[in-house]
Design a protein around this ligand. Sequence first.
Ligand SMILES: Nc1ncnc2c1ncn2[C@@H]1O[C@H](COP(=O)(O)OP(=O)(O)O)[C@@H](O)[C@H]1O
Ligand SMILES: [Mg+2]
Length: 373
Amino acid sequence: MNHNLDKSYQDDILIVDDTPDNLRLLSAMLTKQGFEVRKALTGQAAIASALADAPDLILLDIKMPTMSGYEVCQQLKANPRTEQIPVIFISALDDVIDKVKAFAAGGIDYVTKPFQEAEVLARINNQLNLQRLQKQLIEQNRELARSNRELAQFAYVVSHDLQQPLQSITGFAKLLLLKYGADLDTTAHEYLNRITDSGNRMQRLIQDLLSYAQVDKQAELELLDCNLILEQVLDNLQSTITEKNVTLTYVPLPKVMGSETQLIQLFQNLISNGIKFARPGVLPAIDISIEEYPGHCLFKIQDNGIGIAAENLERVFEVFYRLHSTKEYPGTGIGLATCKKIVEFHGGEIWVTSELGSGTTFCFTLVTPSPLL
Ligand SMILES: Nc1ncnc2c1ncn2[C@@H]1O[C@H](COP(=O)(O)OP(=O)(O)O)[C@@H](O)[C@H]1O
Ligand SMILES: [Mg+2]
C-alpha cells in the first residue's frame, strides 16, 4: 500500500548513515512506500544536502566517523533554514543510545537497528503528520491575524465614511425645521424629529464602532494614576450622576500601565452601565474597590441594578449583544465588547458576576508597575 497516494506531492526523506548497506536497506523500504529518498554517507554531506533543499524529514545515524549524528543535528537546529526539519535518530541495538543527548541535540524520536519496518514507518509518518499539522496551524494563524486586521480596517473605514452622509441627513432635517417649521403641521414636525433622533442614534453607533475598531491602534502604554482617570470619568458623567442621584463610593486607586483614552473609556463604560441598568425605583449606587497583587491590580465595579441572568453572563461581552430594547434602555451593545478589547489589549482579564434583581459586579485586572517606578 502506498501511503503517499492521497497527497499531491511525495514526502522527501534524507537518510544519513555511514554504512552503505544500511542506506540501501532503508532507502529501498521507504521508496517502496512512496517516499522520495535522498542519501548521505557523512554528516557534512547531509548538512549540505539539507541546506540546498530542505527535506521533510531526516533519518540520522548517531555513530559516524568524522561527525557524529548529535553534532549534525545540533548544526541543523542552529540554522534557521534547517531548524524546522524533524530529525529521527538511528542507533544500533548494541550502542547505548544517549536519549537525553539525542533529545537535547534537537532530535524528535529514534529508531534502533535492526529495523522493524512497521515501527520505522509508523514513527516517520507520525512525525510527518505532526509537522504537517504544525505548518497548517501556523498558516491558519497567519491567515486569521490577517483577516482580523482587515476586518478592523474595514470597520474603521466604513464607520468613518458613514459619518458624512449621516451628518447631511440630520443637518438638513434640522434646517427644514428651522426654515420651514412654522409652515409644517405637527405630523411633519414629528417625522422630522424622528429623523433627527434616528440620526443621533446612528451617530452614537458609529462613534462606538469607531472606538471599538481603534482599540489596538493606539499602542502606547504609559504609567497612569487611576485616581485621575476616575476623576475625569466622573467629570464626564457629572450631569447624569446629579440627575439620577447616584451614590458613588470608591477607594484610592493605584497607578497602572495604560493608555489614557482607553482607560477613561473602560471606567466610563462600566460606570455608566451601572447607572443605566438601575432597578426602577431604586437609586443607583456604584462602588469601586480594588485588590492589589504583585504585578497587577483587580478592580471591581459593583452596582445595585437589575442584574444579569446567569445564562447571559458570558455573552454580554459580545459586540451588539443587548438584553433589552433601546426603548427600555438606550445603547448600542458595543460598550462591553470595547471594554473587553481594551482590557485584553492591556494584558488583563475582564469578567462579570451578577445576581438577577440585586446587582452586578464587573471585575478586571490591569498591570501595575514594579515598586521601583
Ligand atoms: N451593570 C449592568 N447591569 C445589568 N446589565 C448590564 C450591565 N452592564 C451591561 N449589561 C447588559 O449587557 C449589555 C451590553 O452592555 P454594553 O455592551 O455596555 O451595551 P449597551 O450599554 O450599549 O447596552 C447591556 O445591554 C445589558 O443588557
Ligand atoms: Mg454600555
